[in-house]
Design a protein around this ligand. Sequence first.
Ligand code: XMP
Length: 510
Amino acid sequence: LVVVIDFGAQYAQLIARRVREAGVYSEIMPHSASAERILERKPAAIILSGGPQSVYAENSPHIHPAIFDAGVPVMGICYGFQEMAAAMGGVVAKTGLSEFGRTPVEVDEAGALLEGCTGATVWMSHGDSVTSAPEGFTPLAHTAGAAVAAYENTTKRMAGVQWHPEVLHSDIGQQVIENFLVKIAGCSQDWQASSIVDEAVAAVKKKVGSKKVLCALSGGVDSMVAAAIVQKAIGDQLTCVYVDHGLQRKGESDQVEKDFVEITGAKLVVKDVSDRFLAKLAGVIDPEAKRKAIGNEFIRVFEDTAREIADADGIDFLVQGTLYPDVVESGGGEGAANIKSHHNVGGLPEDMQFQLIEPLRTLFKDEVRAAGMQLGLPEKLVYRHPFPGPGLGIRIIGEVTRERLDILREADFIAREELTKAGLDRSIWQFPVVLLADVRSVGVQGDGRTYGHPIVLRPVTSEDAMTADWGRLPYEVLEKMSTRITNEVREVNRVVVDITSKPPATIEWE
Ligand code: XMP
């Protein structure tokens, strides 16, 4: 285990991912964790993350100095690099030379940390700089704004860099992290996301014993992989529930049956409740009102179903597809994890006391996919694009009706089929297709005038949905989509492409 100490949330997550990519298991702990709590985990190494502050600022976060005396290898990154320098007797100063963004770095002596490297362009973001390395530490590199941009002490097994090796913009990022882990800390690179499956299966077996478990399938990757792990562990003691609200894409419900049930052998209860949902959505146009209507009804159906199954079978556990980014404690403290998982349970009534099983709570999304492949789930299921809980309901701009859902489902199916045919499923991160149901425009088809609806194609690229860029689909692919949609979906006579990034737009239209 490599512990990444979090001095400022987004950096720590990226570092933990890179360490795992290097084949070493890694978890994040907040900087406020006591030295005992950190060392209790018996880390093979500790990495101090970057963070927004100056080490000399009042209230800036610090780690207990005992961490540096424990004989555990430590790497400092950016803020962590300065924190280590200051703690070990080096000098950190406000030089007035800030560096932000791509910065050329000159390597003076490669050492173990920068082995094989003579110079590179790296991602910097700092105000203060280390002007003098601590005694016994060899300065390895400098930049225009940082006299000491990297150092190491191989006897103490400590090292650090001023730049951010965890971001993809840094040339030698992954190499530096691996050099630290392997050459300085002596970690072995034998962890892989798929090995988590066996551990998770064993853990679920032990926790559940002969009791009964319920899992809500959303059709998304996370809930299916979580369910597949639990199924592998306890077989028929698991019941999966799929709420078919009628807002799914074409083929979705079948896919759950075919690609999930047939492969895992899981017991599945499908609740066809599209009438209930459409009734709740009648006359609703406001996006927030739609989301509320769908969300509330979903909870109600799930509640009813859970109660039915619980009455019949006695359910003790509920499976959640919670991922690591949802449970990581950031600087804030211990509360975060709980608030989120309660929220995920989706407002089950208080008199239903379930314990949670969260087999994916140590994994990142890409690792969940690796686990899914390991479990034998089909690639097209494992690499599905994210799909919002409210489904096509928030991709119809205007009132949601059965007829409009059918139009959108058809157009969406064609667009996705062409995307897959073009081999672009993985380079496009998500691909909403939107029906502007209250907009009509004039067209001509055959010899006649048409007055139909526009369909919006919204391909985006992204890493985490927080920001996104519009996806540059090749013209030939767009042409096929447009021709097929207008030919095959009678009500649509115009196809447009959304070329807005997020921000200022969001990925979805509602
Ligand atoms: P926006 O539109 O906010 O979407 O840029 C960001 C990501 O979140 C998804 N999304 C949702 N997922 N329930 C979900 O499970 C929702 O209510 C919901 N709304 C948006 C969206 O598809 C995108 O991936």
